[in-house]
Design a protein around this ligand. Sequence first.
Ligand code: AMP
Length: 362
Amino acid sequence: MSERTLTAPLARGATIGILGGGQLGRMMAEAAHALGFKTHVYSDVADACAFDVADAHTHAPFRDEAALKVFAASCDVATFEFENVPDDTAAFLATHVPVAPSPRALAVAQDRLTEKNFIAGLGIATAPYVGVSNAADAEEAVTALGAPIVLKTRRMGYDGKGQAVAKTPFDAPAAFETLHSVPAIAEKFIEFEYEASVIAARGRDGSFAAYDPPKNEHENHILRRSTVPSPLSAAQVKDAVGITRRIAEALDYVGVLAVELFVAKDGALLVNEIAPRVHNSGHWTIEACATSQFEQHVRAVAGWPLGDTARRTDAVMENIIGSEVDAWLAKADEPGLHLYGKREARPGRKMGHITRLTPRRS
Ligand code: AMP
């Protein structure tokens, strides 16, 4: 069966289906409600925090075709807040309801080797990389790329999960084994100056709008802080946004996407990965921009015009991670506090964030 497409802008009060029930889905649902839409969240997690705010929810496995059909029948369009939804789930769903971004965009972003080949195929710079299928490949990768290397599982990695560093060819087989010897990619370890990301949207009519790219700081592989403006020069911002546009156009993308970048010491931009969804490093847009990334995504998937991405203030967004949430009351007198309503504060779990605004300097 062929994929369904949206032929006209979504009508007032239509229902947007969201696959994945985390904080991104929660904030997306809230933005959808502000534009008068209804939401139906589908997650395989029983107490998904997006369920709390959705008009309807389904708790079922992602491969439950009967549940997916019922979900599709209740929605006018479906989208994702989570890229590890199985790509055949997305493809199945797309035969029942228009899905944006497309299952193809999801499939490209889900497999780190396919993703890197796709980016490199567009002539866009990445860290040097090779595919790794076994321990011998891992060992050879260190010689081919130069030490150290980062080994990453091709699938299901996020927040540094499924990664191991090998400093010498001798370390490489053991590093590969820590990834349970699953198909992987080896990348040269980049001594970057800092990390940045471009959050942008492409509409159904091909229109494109990017936000000012933040600088991103990680701790234990988890995003700690995003800051705008970043130290990127105007020329680097233009390049970064241009790269993102080429990626979005090559995927015939609809919705918000994020492109994560390493900024090398010589100023070169290397694409690390594509997130085919709204992104943690774009949360500051809620307070600092006329249109938040969540509203923008809803506009794009609904076939509505994209909103204004202009940044009105400077901003620093900090994540509230794990038990840090216990100190929320100390921050409660500040504007810009967001708590996701998650009941269990497990280590490394994103529990909320706070965005602090200052007047725009430049
Ligand atoms: P990823 O899951 O690919 O986004 O990686 C998580 C984090 O690990 C990145 O944000 C970087 O801080 C670090 N990292 C990933 N790949 C590399 C690399 N090739 N060189 C240096 N650091 C890396």
